[in-house]
Write a protein that binds this ligand. Structure first.
Ligand SMILES: *[C@@H]1O[C@H](CO)[C@@H](O)[C@H](O)[C@H]1NC(C)=O
Ligand SMILES: *[C@@H]1O[C@H](CO)[C@@H](O)[C@H](O)[C@H]1NC(C)=O
Ligand SMILES: *[C@@H]1O[C@H](CO)[C@@H](O)[C@H](O)[C@H]1NC(C)=O
Ligand SMILES: *[C@@H]1O[C@H](CO)[C@@H](O)[C@H](O)[C@H]1NC(C)=O
Ligand SMILES: *[C@@H]1O[C@H](CO)[C@@H](O)[C@H](O)[C@H]1NC(C)=O
Ligand SMILES: *[C@@H]1O[C@H](CO)[C@@H](O)[C@H](O)[C@H]1NC(C)=O
Ligand SMILES: *[C@@H]1O[C@H](CO)[C@@H](O)[C@H](O)[C@H]1NC(C)=O
Ligand SMILES: *[C@@H]1O[C@H](CO)[C@@H](O)[C@H](O)[C@H]1NC(C)=O
Ligand SMILES: *[C@@H]1O[C@H](CO)[C@@H](O)[C@H](O)[C@H]1NC(C)=O
Ligand SMILES: *[C@@H]1O[C@H](CO)[C@@H](O)[C@H](O)[C@H]1NC(C)=O
Length: 525
């Protein structure tokens, strides 16, 4: 019996390992044609691209860019007339990744900006050809896959011109269909079905410095705190294991295999189905068919079969020509031997656009051997393009594996906190003011815990301790300011701050989660 269960999943362009550049692992790309062996290097350097004019608006800001991590959206393929559309698209994307999901709890550490420059032409280039746009975004073919930056030097100049305000540049290409690429400059589209998902996923690479959790990537694509490559190594998420072993031995590996995986990117036609066979050992309890497809807006356009049996594929509501991921679960096991999955295009007018972009079969052990439930942290096998194994913390809880999932798992979220707090200080600054004869010394903090404007579910605390001339001021404990009268106020103040959250069990460095400041008051009010 096939149980149909459509997930809206976006990832696909990232099936392309060569297109990925992970900031956490690799230094930003140098400017083109700059190097010792290039005699014209000096001239090229001097002629480096100029930043375009940028109209910048804050989308969601929590503090000065000097002490925040800043994500900024640049506009490509939006004409002057489409300026409002750009700011709407950028606002929508920033909401989609922060409102109650993904970045919600770390939002006080981040700023989001939108930087508009009009393009002469509207849209994103296709078939390898750039339009007359600011950054020259284009698709290499006609398929909905990677979106590349044609004028990378201009994109870098735009980012460089903004200094602290551009930590994570994201160029939005004005196409409503799926597309994007990872790297130190991310590209995305405002596709309603996929844009936010791509951004969440790529931000995992760029901000957390973590690799993939989905199958079929080449060796090297799995890295960071969400990855264990050898069962002889310590588990980076030991603190999150649902069932840690009492004697320190490795927990069991969940039982799952991947008998078929193919990023085929094949255009479908009505003459001949696209089919591929695979072999099951017949020793598993259930399986899933995971596919991604574009260009087939109606259920009557395409038939998907396993061993000649229609699996009942239907498109995600409203997906149109856009790309989508679908999971078809079966509670029945595959029998031992050869099986076949096939895709038959039924609507000839869609030839040239209907595309089967990826197909995968995964088989799972029975309940005693495989924890499929959300929230279970253990050792789950992911399989590379050559079928070697990497281990991940959860089955499908993380956007690094299942792009329809709006969140990171706890392991990745913990990495997010560590990486963001490594970049900034909990203390924005210290200042003094007078009111009558009373001096108030005030510390400005990153608005976490009791200082948040929007409450969150995680448990957290911000502990604040004041001293003046080395002596603790007990009455000011956990206060953001201390007030003293007349000459009593003169002296050297120190304020120490510690942050704790239930979202972090492993601190990479305790210093990330605390901060000190010293401030001298030299005159009475
Ligand atoms: C976020 O959650 C709060 C309360 O749980 C709710 O009031 C608000 O509408 C939610 N916002 C979004 C964008 O879902
Ligand atoms: C894509 O470009 C190639 C040449 O680079 C051309 O032969 C082909 O017709 C183009 N395809 C489309 C759909 O424009
Ligand atoms: C738009 O076209 C004008 C005139 O050709 C050109 O000077 C300008 O650089 C173009 N703008 C962009 C953003 O490409
Ligand atoms: C350690 O404990 C696990 C159960 O938690 C058990 O399966 C395993 O055999 C034990 N290993 C050793 C070396 O005692
Ligand atoms: C990968 O290896 C497992 C056995 O470890 C096998 O069951 C599975 O079919 C293999 N998958 C592919 C795609 O070769
Ligand atoms: C139709 O699709 C099949 C399966 O992918 C392929 O083998 C065949 O070459 C395609 N035919 C045309 C005319 O493109
Ligand atoms: C084929 O697809 C086109 C484009 O989506 C649609 O307009 C048409 O109704 C479809 N034809 C059939 C027979 O479903
Ligand atoms: C400190 O206070 C003065 C006077 O109110 C103000 O002008 C200045 O901007 C403040 N500095 C900071 C870092 O808050
Ligand atoms: C300050 O806040 C921390 C964290 O909530 C708490 O543990 C501590 O008891 C507080 N100190 C005082 C003096 O209230
Ligand atoms: C804060 O000060 C204490 C001692 O005064 C010191 O041990 C600690 O390392 C300081 N922390 C930071 C983050 O500077």
């Amino acid at each position: 019996m096939l149980v149909h269960n459509a997930y809206f999943l976006a990832l696909c362009a990232w099936g392309l390992p060569t297109a990925l550049a992970h900031q956490g692992r690799r230094a930003p790309k140098p400017y083109p044609v700059k190097g010792q062996h290039n005699p014209s290097a000096q001239r090229v350097f001097a002629a480096r691209a100029q930043a375009p004019p940028l109209e910048i608006r804050g989308l969601s800001t929590s503090g000065d860019s000097a002490n925040r991590v800043d994500m900024i959206f640049f506009a490509d393929g939006y004409t002057e007339d489409e300026k409002n559309k750009f700011f709407d698209d950028a606002g929508w994307l920033s909401e989609e990744i922060t409102a109650n999901v993904t970045f919600n709890t770390v939002k006080p550490l981040l700023n989001f900006w939108a930087a508009f420059t009009p393009s002469n032409e509207s849209g994103v280039g296709t078939n390898g050809t750039q339009l007359d746009t600011v950054y020259g975004l284009y698709r290499p073919g006609t398929e909905l896959r990677g979106v590349y930056v044609g004028k990378e030097d201009i994109a870098r100049a735009a980012c460089d011109s903004l200094g602290d305000q551009c930590d994570h540049p994201v160029i939005i290409g004005n196409s409503d269909l799926y597309g994007g690429i990872g790297g130190d400059i991310v590209t995305i589209t405002p596709s309603k079905a996929n844009g936010a998902s791509i951004l969440r996923h790529e931000s995992g690479h760029n901000i957390i410095g973590i690799g993939e959790e989905y199958d079929g990537i080449e060796d090297g694509g799995y890295f960071g705190r969400n990855t264990l490559l050898s069962l002889d190594d310590p588990i980076p998420w030991q603190a999150w294991l649902t069932e840690p072993t009492s004697n320190g031995s490795m927990p069991r590996v969940e039982r799952a295999v991947m008998p078929l995986q193919n990023y085929a990117w094949t255009l479908l036609n009505t003459t001949k189905p696209w089919a591929q066979s695979f072999v099951s050992s017949g020793t598993f309890a259930s399986y899933v068919l995971r596919i991604s497809i574009s260009g087939t807006p109606a259920a009557s356009d395409l038939r998907v079969e396993i061993d000649g049996e229609d699996v009942g594929w239907t498109p995600h509501e409203g997906v149109g020509m856009d790309r989508y991921f679908y999971d078809v679960y079966s509670e029945e096991p595959l029998s031992g031997g050869t099986h076949e999955v096939s895709f038959t295009l039924l609507n000839a007018s869609l030839e040239g656009s209907a595309q089967m972009c990826s197909v995968e079969i995964m088989e799972y052990g029975s309940e005693e051997h495989f924890h499929s439930e959300p929230g279970y942290y253990g050792l789950f096998p992911s399989y590379t393009d050559t079928n070697t194994t990497a281990y991940r913390p959860t089955n499908e809880d993380c956007v690094m594996r299942q792009v329809t999932t709006p969140n990171y798992c706890n392991v990745c979220l913990e990495g997010m906190w560590n990486n963001l707090l490594a970049e900034i200080s909990l203390i924005d600054g210290v200042n003094e003011t007078c009111s009558g004869s009373t001096k108030t010394v005030k510390v400005a903090l990153v608005p976490l815990a009791q200082l948040r404007t929007d409450p969150i579910d995680a448990e957290e605390s911000l502990t604040i301790a004041w001293k003046k001339d080395g002596a603790a001021i007990a009455s000011a404990a956990n206060q953001t300011s201390v007030a003293l009268d007349g000459e009593d106020a003169v002296g050297v103040y120190t304020v120490a701050v510690w942050y704790e959250t239930s979202e972090v069990r492993t601190m990479d460095d305790e210093a990330y989660f605390s901060a000190n400041a010293t401030y001298e008051v030299t005159t009475a009010c």
